[in-house]
Design a protein around this ligand. Structure first.
Ligand SMILES: O=C(O)COP(=O)(O)O
Ligand SMILES: [Mg+2]
Length: 225
């Protein structure tokens, strides 16, 4: 028995479990350089992330002079191929994540992932970081053909993990709205790829470091269930 009122802790990937911004920025910058556009600093790329690689590229192209459909169609495969070859050069778990995961597992909880990143990148990235064996389920942005904030991938993550009371952690409105749409409580991480104050996400709770996760869950007072 655990004193934590959940069976599954679900996580977003980019900006929540892993700081992938260095590798995402390198892929965007590689692609836009083929059109002669100057690189973005990593900090500028972070707010572009959260709705998949295509939206990330669209946002980068909008911010660097605009684009048409032909340019987007030419550049997207360049970005995707580069990223696939360079998934984990700079990407690292956020501080305290590995300890928090171990503590949650020892408390009897299952861990799961629902990301808007395509499976083609998600599965090898987790493998390269050494985390593939730790999650009861992993659902990507293309697993079902619909992505967060649609609740379907979060429901799928829960079902594939065996079902049970679930809480979801994320760094963007897609995650927090997705959890709300799925009828489960949420926690926003303030260290992710925010595009505004973390309070704007209106999650049920906020953590600033993974050290806060276990105590928060042990003392969870409820939130929408
Ligand atoms: O790849 C993305 O844009 C988003 O991925 P995330 O849902 O794990 O943040
Ligand atoms: Mg994210």
């Amino acid at each position: 028995m655990t004193s934590i009122p959940f069976d599954i802790v679900g996580f977003d990937l980019d900006g929540t479990l892993l700081d992938t911004s260095g590798d995402l920025a390198a892929a965007v910058n590689y692609a836009i350089a083929t059109d002669g556009r100057p690189p973005f600093p990593v900090d500028a790329i972070r707010p572009f992330v959260g709705k998949g690689a295509k939206v990330m590229l669209e946002r980068a192209l909008t911010a660097s002079g605009g684009y048409d459909d032909d340019l987007l169609a030419r550049m997207l495969p360049i970005l995707l191929d580069y990223y696939e070859q360079n998934l984990a050069i700079h990407s690292i778990p956020y501080p305290g994540l590995l300890e928090a995961m171990t503590a949650l597992e020892q408390a009897g909880l299952k861990l799961a992932i629902c990301t808007n990143k395509a499976e083609r990148f998600t599965i090898p990235l987790l493998h390269q970081i050494g985390l593939s064996d730790r999650f009861a389920s992993v659902v990507g942005g293309d697993t079902l053909g619909v992505a967060k904030p649609d609740p379907a991938p979060i429901h799928e993550m829960i079902a594939r993990a065996g079902g049970g009371r679930t809480i979801f952690l994320g760094d963007t409105i897609n995650d927090i709205a997705g959890a709300r749409n799925a009828g489960i409580p949420s926690i926003a991480v303030s260290f992710g790829f925010l595009d505004g104050p973390v309070e704007q996400l209106k999650a049920d709770a906020v953590i600033h470091h993974f050290d806060e996760l276990l105590p928060l869950l042990k003392n969870w007072l409820g939130g929408p269930a």
